[in-house]
Design a protein around this ligand. Structure first.
Ligand code: FES
Ligand SMILES: [Fe+2]
Length: 364
């Protein structure tokens, strides 16, 4: 991939913000796929996403003022409607066709705001993968869903989630439990057209430390299963089961079985930084708020362990562009995902040039 090519898929939905981020701050200013964007909630309740650079002198519209569903740049006062067209210029009657910024489709689903950075004519909200536990009241997640910022390419986070043998070494005392996890588990990988599924049983194993914290009476040994799905461009879903030893997964009997649901979304900010949205849900003792507080703290501790090693890996890869990774058997899922992604990228780049569709903002 040359420095000037754009390694992103544009014609797909990306998580842009949790809904609560807009409720608290009214505007979110973030960069997606190397484009600065402002998202705000108009007074009609509608979410609006525009280029964050005013077409006059490039001041951020995120420092502007929401007026109805419009936004006014608070440098020289140009007012934009919700489609990005300038409808008022203080002290000037003439408004030209280039007095506008790009507007992007934005949709709310599953407590997330999703943005479409590509051809708006192709954007259909039906294509958003709706993760049901996020809106199912029988699952309890965090009071406020979580966000992390990574100084690493999003694909390195996908790689991390494609091989859970790292739980044994990166997360021994948080999510893993013991180094045995890497040696004794045997993941089943299923390749999909748009990603992969992995089912990983760890039988007669120590409970994960985060589970033990909220279930101090858990038995010393459990059968554990992480069943994951990763979909292009970067959506990860996981079901976790902590069951009594020799529990039959086809059984209807869930006595003594505890379950979790986890989603993680990676949205590229730039080719070397990533927005990371996540939640971790449980479906037992859901009236007890301390469980999700404890799970959030434990998982965050684990995710900071991932972040540390992945950001350090990013730095190493930047030092040596010619680095050729040597494969292991456990790379099957990540290699498949990269192949799928490269193919989709190639197809998209043959048919769609995002950059020629963008409005220029020449500053003379
Ligand atoms: S920079 Fe926005 S009005 Fe001048
Ligand atoms: Fe991890």
């Amino acid at each position: 991939m040359s420095e000037n090519s754009y390694p992103f898929l544009y014609n797909c939905w990306y998580p842009a913000a949790w809904v609560h981020e807009l409720a608290d701050a009214a505007k979110v200013a973030r960069v997606y796929l190397e484009k600065p964007i402002v998202i705000y909630k108009g007074e009609s309740g509608k979410y609006i996403a525009l280029d964050n650079r005013c077409c006059h002198r490039g001041a951020p519209l995120s420092l502007g003022r929401v007026e109805g569903d419009c936004i006014r740049c608070m440098y020289h006062g140009m007012k934009y409607d919700d489609s990005g067209v300038v409808i008022e210029i203080p002290g000037q009657d003439f408004i030209g066709p280039n007095h506008r910024v790009q507007n992007y489709p934005v949709v709310e689903k599953g407590n997330l705001l999703w943005i479409w950075m590509g051809d708006p004519g192709l954007a259909s909200a039906d294509d958003i993968h709706d993760y049901e536990p996020l809106s199912d009241p029988t699952w309890r997640g965090f009071e406020k869903e979580a966000y992390l910022h990574y100084d690493a390419n999003w694909m390195l986070i996908v790689d991390n989630l494609a091989d859970f043998s790292h739980l044994a070494f990166v997360h021994t005392n948080t999510l893993g439990g013991s180094e045995d996890y890497a040696f004794v588990t045997n993941p089943e990988v299923k390749k999909l057209d748009k990603g992969f599924n992995i089912v990983r049983w760890s039988k007669n194993d120590a409970p994960a430390p985060y589970h033990l914290k909220v279930n101090p009476d858990a038995p010393e040994k459990l059968d554990r299963c992480n069943s994951v799905q990763m979909l292009v461009p970067g959506s990860f879903f996981m079901s976790t089961i902590m069951a009594p030893v020799n529990w039959d997964p086809n059984s209807e009997n869930f006595d003594g079985v505890k379950q979790y649901r986890n989603c993680q979304f990676m949205t590229p900010e730039t080719r070397s930084t990533t927005h990371f949205f996540w939640n971790y849900l449980h479906n037992y003792r859901i009236d007890d708020p301390t469980i999700s507080v404890s799970l959030k703290a434990s998982l965050l501790e684990g995710f900071m362990e991932d972040k540390e090693i992945i950001e350090a890996q990013q730095k190493m890869l930047e030092y040596q562009e010619e680095f050729q990774p040597r494969g292991l058997q456990g790379d099957e899922a990540l290699i498949h995902f990269r192949k799928v992604f490269s193919q989709l990228l190639k197809e998209e780049q043959e048919n769609f040039d995002f950059h020629t569709r963008q409005l220029g903002n020449p500053i003379i």
